[in-house]
Design a protein around this ligand. Structure first.
Ligand code: PLP
Length: 376
């Protein structure tokens, strides 16, 4: 029998993707049904309901967008922003930077509030920018995968709400690994990805929009510049049109949605609190195990992101070239870890313990391999 070309087995401990749960792989390989088949629409509804619980929202418009996390980012920004609108963006790393680029391309005027890589945004500085600019939207990243910082949300979201601005939050690396309460925090538009703490493959972007967002989009002076990402059109498929019937918008990636449904069932079977605690425990175990080898945490404990730990490399590894060591971990031990980005390239590693991989066994495998490489 023909089998697809085999790829080498990998333990994926980089910034994403993470390894896919075997039950998700099985779900992905189910025979196809149509994207308007009632049996598939029932799964789609189940996915939306489970995503609402995981995001902590009652937003009707909560769905798996048919594209990766970057499209989730783009969907949030292009629906809210019209040409000439002001937006305040918190920039604490690469993904805050990407938000600025997307908003600029949408014709918005971007006010950036930056912080040093490895630190959280200064909430007072963001609040000051909001009060000065009176923006249409305030956008920032909850879990900055380029630095390993978990940004506190509530103070910035409150300042935005008080100024009448929409709040956009990137939860790509926090969904299913960190507890989320987006309604309580006052977030209007949120996006994530499937390839991190959900242990599904990349390809879908769970998103959620408040009714306020939908009302705003329906009242806009100009149509949303992206037809594919226009939430008023997406709503007609995911929620149904005026008569409740689903209106074709695009062919949903059926298999990917079946995989996500299984991934979400697994999350709920474990329970989100237990899952969040498992991510915390794994990250702590990693830092304890790495400390004797001279790796130090980049980020202060108060704002450390458990699913993605960033460590400063010992001088001898930096001098010898960290990329060669990562290549050896991959080739000889089948373990992927991530290097630093931008200013942090060459001086840090980004180690993901996400979803199924957030376990002591992952830490032990990495440590064993690292010790052998450093002794060689
Ligand atoms: N935002 C954050 C925080 C991310 O970590 C990523 C991907 O790593 C993205 C956005 C973009 O997601 P994708 O690569 O799935 O398009």
């Amino acid at each position: 029998m023909h089998s697809p070309r085999a790829l080498p087995p990998r333990l994926l401990l980089g910034p994403g993707p993470s390894n896919v749960h075997p039950r998700v792989l099985e779900a992905l390989s189910q025979p196809l049904v149509g994207h308007l088949d009632p049996s598939f629409l029932a799964v789609l509804d189940e996915v939306s309901e489970r995503l609402r619980r995981l995001f902590g929202t009652s937003n009707a418009l909560t769905l798996p967008l048919s594209a990766t996390g970057s499209a989730g980012m783009e969907a949030c920004l292009v629906n809210l922003l019209e040409r000439g609108d002001d937006v305040v963006v918190g920039v604490a790393g690469v993904f805050g930077e990407r938000m600025c680029e997307v908003a600029t391309r949408a014709g918005a005027r971007v006010t950036r509030v930056e912080t040093e890589p490895g630190t959280a945004l200064d909430e007072a500085a963001v609040a000051e920018a909001i009060a000065r600019v009176h923006p249409r939207a305030v956008a920032f990243v909850h879990a900055e995968t380029s630095t390993g910082v978990l940004q506190p949300v509530e103070t910035i979201a409150r300042a935005a709400r008080e100024a009448g601005a929409f709040v956009v939050l990137d939860c790509v690396t926090s969904l299913a690994g960190v507890a989320l309460a987006i309604d309580e925090w006052g977030v209007d538009a949120v996006y994530s990805g499937t390839q991190k703490c959900l242990s599904c493959p990349p390809g879908l972007s769970p998103v959620s929009f408040s009714d306020r967002v939908l009302e705003h989009v329906r009242r806009r002076a100009t149509p949303v510049q992206s037809w594919y990402l226009d939430v008023s059109l997406l709503a007609a498929y995911y929620e149904g049109g005026g008569d409740g019937a689903r209106v074709y918008h695009h062919t949903a990636p059926i298999s990917a949605v079946l995989g996500l449904a299984e991934g979400l069932r697994i999350v709920e079977e474990e329970g989100i609190e237990a899952r969040v605690e498992r991510h915390r425990a794994a990250s702590r175990a990693l830092l304890e195990a790495l400390a004797p080898l001279g790796f130090e945490p980049l980020v202060d404990e108060a704002v450390r992101l458990p699913p993605l730990t960033t460590v400063r490399l010992p001088a001898r590894i930096q001098q010898a070239g960290e990329a060669a060591l990562r290549a050896n971990l991959l080739e000889r031990h089948g373990i992927e870890v991530g290097g630093g980005l931008g200013k942090l390239a060459g001086s840090i590693w980004r180690i993901g313990l996400m979803g199924e991989n957030a376990r002591e066994e992952s830490v032990e495998r990495l440590l064993g391999a690292l010790r052998r490489e450093l002794a060689a």
